[in-house]
Design a protein around this ligand. Structure first.
Ligand code: HEC
Length: 117
């Protein structure tokens, strides 16, 4: 009869982050949806990827990349760090390799659009 209580009291079951609930390392001023902007044709062109691919990447990112930890924002890592981190995360998240490429294409496109490296 206590099973229900045990399940509720399992401390790890925090509320998953909601869409748009983006916080950057405890600095609320840096959080928010503008940190993960919608892909644009300009962004695609600058990064040499198709708009469709970075749109897919944005979608996968929004759906999955805040599941286990706060969203890591494009500016949090350098491009080469993203290249190492994303394949690991895709393994964690059990996503397809096309999605891995798309997420990476997306974060790199955001960074290039902002002139970051
Ligand atoms: C199933 C859980 C899970 C999902 C889903 C997930 N991550 Fe992670 N992520 C982790 C764990 C665990 C760590 C820390 C340990 C590690 O690096 O493996 C981490 C660490 C990171 C880091 C820090 C790596 C570093 O070197 O500082 C980044 C960046 C990151 N994740 C990005 C993402 C992105 C982008 C996605 C969406 C594709 C994602 N994560 C989805 C579990 C997850």
């Amino acid at each position: 009869m206590f099973v229900g209580f045990l399940m509720v009291s399992c401390g790890q079951m925090g509320k998953p982050p909601e869409m748009g609930d983006l916080e950057a390392g405890g600095e609320p001023a840096e959080g928010g949806i503008k940190e993960v902007p919608n892909p644009t044709a300009t962004m695609a062109k600058k990064s040499g990827k198709s708009l469709g691919e970075i749109q897919r990447g944005h979608e996968v990112y929004m759906l999955h990349c805040g599941e286990c930890h706060r969203y890591k924002l494009p500016q949090d890592l350098d491009i080469d760090e993203w290249e190492t981190a994303v394949p690991k995360m895709i393994g964690h998240a059990g996503l397809a390799s096309a999605d891995e490429k798309a997420v990476l294409a997306y974060v790199v496109a955001v960074k290039m659009d902002r002139g970051e490296e």
